[in-house]
Structures are given as C-alpha cells and as structure tokens.
Design a protein around this ligand. Structure first.
Ligand SMILES: Nc1nc2c(c(=O)[nH]1)N[C@H]1C(S)=C(S)[C@@H](COP(=O)(O)OP(=O)(O)OC[C@H]3O[C@@H](n4cnc5c(=O)[nH]c(N)nc54)[C@H](O)[C@@H]3O)O[C@H]1N2
Ligand SMILES: Nc1nc2c(c(=O)[nH]1)N[C@H]1C(S)=C(S)[C@@H](COP(=O)(O)OP(=O)(O)OC[C@H]3O[C@@H](n4cnc5c(=O)[nH]c(N)nc54)[C@H](O)[C@@H]3O)O[C@H]1N2
Ligand code: SF4
Ligand SMILES: [Mo]
Length: 675
C-alpha cells in the first residue's frame, strides 16, 4: 500500500447522498478529505462532518485491540486481550449456549453504521444464518415508509435525482435536507436559479431547511396524511388531475375521488394546523406547476401512522401525472434500482429452513428483559443501541444484565460498548474493501483499502471469518474473498437496472450508474402493475384500501409531542464522541414556542427537565418561532456524559408504527418543567 497520494473513496455513512470522496494521504495518515469533483452527482460537494473525518479516523480514542471487561457492567473498565483469547472466549461461550439453551439464545444487533454491503449485510448474515441465531428485524430507520410506498408504487423506485434540476416546484416534506440530504438541496438550489423553482418545506420544525424555503409550512406532528388528502380533495374538486394518466397508469382513481370528498379544507385545517387559505394555495401550486417534485423525508414516518403517511403522499404525483415529466415525481427511497443479489450475499440457505425467531430491533429493551426463552448473548456491530434505540432506559437496563454475554465490535468504546464483556476493535471503511449503493442517487461505488488497519482492528468480514473458523463452520461461504463476494452479489438477473455493473468495471471506474429509465410508460411491481391508489393488498393486510388519515395514539398524560430528530454535525450517534464535531454542535437544545414558554414561565437559555413515564433529560431551552405550540423538538443523538442527561431516547416510546414494525421516535409525549 502506498503511504502517500490521493485516493478514491466513498462516504460509508448512512446518508442518502453517498458522496464520492478523495482521500489525501501523507506518511500513512489521512491529512485531508475532500469531495471527488468528478463524481457525477455529488461533484466535489461534501458535508462538514466528513470534511473533518480524518480527526475521527486518527482519533487516539479509537479502539486498537480487543478488550475484556474487568469492572461492573456499563462501568467501562476493561483490559487488553489478544484476538485469539477474544475469539476463543466468544466461541466457547456460544458453543456452551448452543448446548444448554438454543442457538436462538444468541442475538445479533446491527445497523448501517457502515453502509458497505459486505460490512452491513454480508459475512455477518452468513455466519448468523449458519449459527441459527435469533434473527433481527432491522426496522429502526425507514421500514414503515418503505412498506407504505410499496403499497402505492410497488418498490423503492422514484425520480432520478439528477433530473430534479428541471423541477419548478420542489417540496421537502418532512426532511431536514440541508442536514440530511445536502446533494438534493444543491440540486434544488440549481433549479431555483435556473428555472425559478419554488422550494416548499413542510415540517414541524423551522430548522435550516425551513429557513431556506421560499415557503415554510409548519404542521402539527403526525397529521401529514390529512394534509395530503386535503390537497387531493382540492385537486379533484378543481379538476387539476391528469385524467389520462389516472386512466392509463393507476387503479382506484374513481374510488379515491369519492373518498377524498370527506377531507374538506376546513376539517383538514383543524387537524393539521395549516390554514384553509394555505391548504388551497399549496394544492393550487402543486396542481398547476410542472415539473413538481416531492422529496419524502423520514420524519413523518417515524410516527405511529408513518406507513400510511408515505402511502398517502406518494399518491400525489400520480394525480397530477407528474411521473411522465422529467424532473417530476417523488423520491422516498431509490434503493430498488441498485438492488444486488441479497440471497447470494447473505446466504439464507445456510439456515437450512430452520424457522428461527425474529426480534424487532425497536424493542431491544423488551427483548433483553422479558423474552422467553431469554436472549443470553448479544453481538452488536455497526450500531450503538444504548444511544439510538427507543425506550433507552429499558435498553440500558437490559444491557446491564449480569448474565447477558455481550460482544460489541466498533471503532470506539461507545455507550453500548461500555456494557460489553468483550469489545472488538473495528477498522474504518477506509481500511476495507466494500461496495456501496446509494438509496437516493443511482450510482454504485467501490471502496478499496486506503489505510492499513488501525492497531489490531479488523473488518466485520474478517471477524466473522474468524468466528466461523473457530465455530468449525466449514462452508466455502466463509472463505470467499471480498472480491468474490462483490462479484457474486452484483450478478443479479432479477434486477435489469444493474445490468453491466461488474466488480472489475467498478474497480476500473469507481462509480457506475444503474441502467435507469423513466418509470412510465411502464409496469410497476405492484399486483396490478399500476400505481395503486386503491390497494386490494392493503385491504387483505388489514389496512384501509384507500389513503386514510389515522391520528397518533392518544396520550393525555403529558402536554407536548416530543420530536428528538438528528442534528447537523453528527450522523445519528456517530461523531457524538468526536471533539471537533461536538464543538461545532455545542450542546443539545430543546426548541419551544413563545406561547408555551410564557405559559410555563420558562426563559430562553434556561435548563429544563424533560420527562415522561420512561425517563428524563436535562436540556437547554431555545424559545422562538421554530415550532408550533404543543410541540418541542431536540436535535442530535447525544450520549450521557458525566454530568449531563442528554440521552433523548430515554424518552421515546418503543411501540411500533402502523406498517413494518417501524420505530415511533417522534410520537412520544413529554412534560417540560424548570429545573
Ligand atoms: N447530519 C445528519 N445527516 C443524517 C443523519 C444524521 O443523524 N445527521 N441521519 C441519517 C439517517 S440514518 C437518516 S434515516 C436520514 C434522516 O433524515 P430525514 O429524512 O431528514 O429525517 P429526520 O431528520 O428524522 O426528520 C426530518 C424532519 O422531519 C420533521 N418531522 C418530524 N415529525 C414530523 C411530522 O409529523 N411531519 C412533518 N412534516 N415533519 C416532521 C423533523 O422536524 C425533521 O426536520 O438522515 C441521514 N443523514
Ligand atoms: N431519537 C431518535 N433516535 C433515532 C433516530 C432519530 O431520528 N431520533 N434515528 C434512527 C435512525 S433513522 C437510525 S438509521 C438509527 C441509527 O443508529 P445506528 O445504526 O446505531 O447509527 P450510529 O449511531 O451512527 O452508530 C453506528 C456505529 O457503528 C460503528 N461503525 C461504523 N463503521 C463500522 C464498521 O465497519 N464495523 C463496525 N463493527 N462498526 C462500525 C460506529 O462507530 C458507530 O458507533 O438511529 C435511530 N435512532
Ligand atoms: S455524510 Fe452524507 S453529505 Fe456527508 S460526505 Fe457522507 S454522504 Fe456526503
Ligand atoms: Mo436512518
């Protein structure tokens, strides 16, 4: 490996932009991270978080070697051990558990801390399938919306973001895109400059994205499907629908026309907090501007009714026929275009048809505290559940179980790792080989090692290879090289968009675009092949067949709906332990309206106690016009420090959303009082 030079790379973080990077290396260290100017979509533009990535990669607090616990659970006292001892300790404990309990007493817990497919869903899945461990339902992020979108559109297929420079109306609906999808913002700003495009933001919080809008529409949490239905009501009533598109490419438009008559603007205004006048103005702008594009965010789908929200809003472009217009349509997620052969990569056949139990990751606390037969061992990688999972106090209580044998593989001693019996050091994505597919743009990218492994750190793939060997798993699946795994995964005849993308070409070209074509005219992967405004499948699954507004779960115990969303300078909890990023973010705030602050006698800058039946936090209040009365918002997934109580997920509910078993981070309620 060359010790100096400029190397191609890709951002591995769980962010739709998936920027192309150039790493500047001197004497074996990264000295600068910049955007790759030649990347066709991201064009050299990257965020501040990753511009400062070198500080994280070479942070002296990174884990260098395996550790074993010598203190109490959660205390964070460890001593160094060898890899041999670490792997032997883990596998002998697991062999024992397989004898005394069942393989299902072992639970993997992971998410997309590294979006590389091999790291996030490769050798790990093969290993746990072969082991017969409990399976994890990875529902924490976007599942409710994905299921909802699928009912309408058949799969994760939307507009090509590169086309959105042609849009004349761009609606950021429940997405803080300035922080979370900055490349879409760059395209929107280009459209604004070139075509005079108008940017509308619909959100519960006037954050950076709201401030960038031509028109910011504040809405009450969890009421967005009502607003979308109100828009439909007006589109039909004022004949702003595209009759020919409805006839050719949708099912159920007659039923929908009848159904939305009940969602008159006066009723919708009462539900959403959006004025009748604004509902008309929005519907008319949407009905009369072409191309119009909706970027559907993650926020509204982290509610009790999140699946139905996405199901509903994704009907809008069909009503106006915008799918036929370049730059029109919507993006909820585009992962369908770059779908690799998941079975080749993950090898579910190694399970040998055993029906192992499936545990929803949003209910980790319950799983650890109450499941019978119990979880006896937890293996965490690419995820930090002690900070990011809902009902966080239950999670921490579960992790604190003396009899739970916990292994955590990470780059840092995270709040979760502090509860581990064995801690394993992970390489960063810059030290690995992996392939990356964006869930927003259409480019597949490759990472090849640019750095030597940090200390004794190992990649996820390497650790599972070691574990497999020591468990006496001899299937050739565990011996495949990274290159072989990538080549095998890219061979996916069931996805025609992937045709022509091979491992060798990726190595050669660094980024390759899926063979996309407009969705229409065309046949969708829905049961009817059309956009399902009316869905028989939903009916069969126990949902209303037509888009419907279903209010949030009622809770009269606490006055405020609490929206603990991500912040600008962290990525979920990643960077929450890096000084540079902390200093940029300063401290977490609780945004509150003037009206509520006055009523509670709370002043701007004061510390408050935020609490409910699940836990409490102490946060500094920011009073202003950022939120509507009855709503409080915090930003960022901070861990608790020595004298801080910033763990917002100690307040979030672990009940599940309407579809897919999704998380309901934003549907909880809290009380706020002066400290
Ligand atoms: N800087 C940064 N970027 C990130 C992340 C990060 O932590 N930090 N996380 C990454 C990940 S994993 C994901 S999934 C994405 C998430 O990114 P986004 O899709 O932007 O989702 P959120 O930030 O969760 O929420 C988006 C917005 O929804 C609003 N919101 C909440 N409830 C409602 C509601 O009922 N109605 C409406 N209209 N708005 C509502 C919130 O105020 C917030 O502004 O970002 C990714 N990118
Ligand atoms: N309150 C609230 N909670 C939320 C959300 C919210 O909006 N509000 N958002 C939710 C969403 S959308 C998501 S996606 C989740 C995300 O939650 P997580 O998936 O836990 O994401 P991170 O907090 O970024 O933690 C990822 C961890 O993976 C580690 N890591 C990175 N690369 C590797 C690797 O190659 N190998 C190993 N072994 N480890 C690695 C990082 O160091 C980091 O500690 O959080 C959810 N939690
Ligand atoms: S976090 Fe997102 S915006 Fe920042 S470099 Fe990575 S992909 Fe780009
Ligand atoms: Mo996410």
């Amino acid at each position: 490996m060359e010790s100096s030079g400029i190397f191609h790379s890709v951002c591995s973080l769980d962010c739709p932009d998936q920027c192309g990077l150039l790493l500047h290396k001197e004497d074996g260290r990264i000295v600068k991270v910049e955007g790759d100017p030649n990347h066709p979509v991201t064009k050299g533009n990257i965020c501040n978080k990753v511009r400062n990535m070198a500080e994280r990669i070479h942070d002296e607090h990174r884990l260098k070697y395996p550790l074993k616990r010598i203190g109490a659970k959660g205390e964070g006292k460890f001593e160094r051990i060898s890899w041999d001892e670490a792997i032997h300790t883990i596998t002998s404990r697991w062999k024992e558990l397989i004898q005394t309990d069942r393989p299902e007493s072992i639970l993997p817990y992971s998410f997309y801390g590294n979006m590389g497919n091999l790291s996030a869903e490769g050798m790990d899945r093969r290993f746990f399938h072969r082991l017969g461990a409990s399976q994890l339902d990875r529902t924490i992020c976007s599942v409710a919306g994905s299921v909802g979108y699928k009912y309408t559109m058949g799969g994760s297929f939307g507009t090509d973001p590169e086309d959105t420079v042609h849009s004349k109306l761009i609606i950021f609906w429940g997405i803080n895109a300035v922080s979370t999808n900055k490349q879409q913002v760059a395209l929107a700003l280009k459209a604004r400059k070139q075509n005079g495009a108008k940017i509308i933001v619909i959100d519960v919080h006037k954050n950076q994205t709201g401030r960038l809008a031509d028109w910011f529409i504040p809405i009450l949490p969890g009421t967005d499907s009502a607003l979308a239905l109100g828009i439909m009501h007006i589109l039909f009533a004022e004949k702003m629908v595209d009759a020919s598109f409805l006839k050719n490419f949708t099912v159920g438009h007659e039923e929908l026309r009848e159904h939305v008559k009940q969602y008159d603007p006066i009723s919708i205004s009462k539900i959403t907090g959006v004025s009748v006048e604004d509902i008309y103005k929005l519907a008319r702008m949407y009905g009369k501007t072409s191309p119009s594009f909706i970027r559907i965010g993650n926020g509204p789908q982290h509610h009790d009714n999140g699946g139905m929200f996405v199901r509903t809003v994704s009907c809008l472009p069909a009503l106006t026929g915008q799918w036929l217009v370049k730059g029109g349509g919507a993006i909820k997620g585009n992962s369908g275009y770059l779908a690799h052969h998941a079975d080749s990569l993950q090898r579910p056949d190694l399970l040998k048809n055993k029906l192992t139990r499936v545990i929803n990751m949003n209910q980790l606390g319950e799983a650890l505290l109450a499941l019978d037969p119990p979880v006896r061992s937890l293996y965490v990688y690419g995820c930090n559940p002690a900070v990011v999972a809902p009902a966080g106090n239950k999670v921490r209580q579960g992790l604190g179980r003396e009899d739970l044998f916990t292994v955590v593989h990470d780059l840092f001693l995270t709040d979760t790792a502090k509860f581990a019996d064995i801690v394993l050091p992970a390489t960063s994505s810059f030290e690995n080989t992996d392939f990356y597919a964006s869930y927003w743009h259409h480019y597949m990218q490759i990472q090849q090692p640019v750095l030597e492994p940090y200390g004794e750190a190992k990649s996820n793939v390497d650790v599972f290879r070691l574990l497999a060997r020591e468990m006496d798993f001899h299937d050739p699946a565990f011996e495949e090289t990274e290159a072989e795994m990538i080549a095998r995964s890219l061979d996916n005849p069931s996805n025609p968009y992937l045709e022509g993308i091979s491992y060798e070409d990726l190595v050669d070209k660094q980024y390759m675009k899926a063979k996309v074509k407009p969705l229409f005219p065309g046949i969708l992967p829905t049961p009817s092949g059309k956009i399902e405004l009316y869905s028989e499948k939903m009916k069969a699954d126990g949902y209303p067949a037509l888009p419907t507004y279903i209010p949030l779960v009622e809770d009269r115990d606490h006055p405020f709906i609490f929206i603990p969303s991500p912040n600008h300078n962290f990525l979920n909890s990643t960077f929450s332990n890096n000084q540079k990023h902390i200093s940029l973010e300063k401290e977490p705030r609780l945004y509150m309206s003037h009206e509520d602050a006055i009523a509670a006698g709370i002043e701007d800058g004061e510390m408050v106690r935020v609490w409910n039946q699940l836990g409490e936090c102490k946060l500094k209040v920011s009073v202003g016009d950022h939120v509507l009365p009855g709503v409080v918002v915090s930003q960022g997934l901070w861990g608790d420090g020595e004298n801080t109580k910033h763990h917002v997920n100690s307040l979030t509910p672990d009940r599940l959303s309407d579809m897919g078993g999704g998380a309901t981070f934003f549907s909880g309620r809290v009380s706020v009082e002066k400290k």
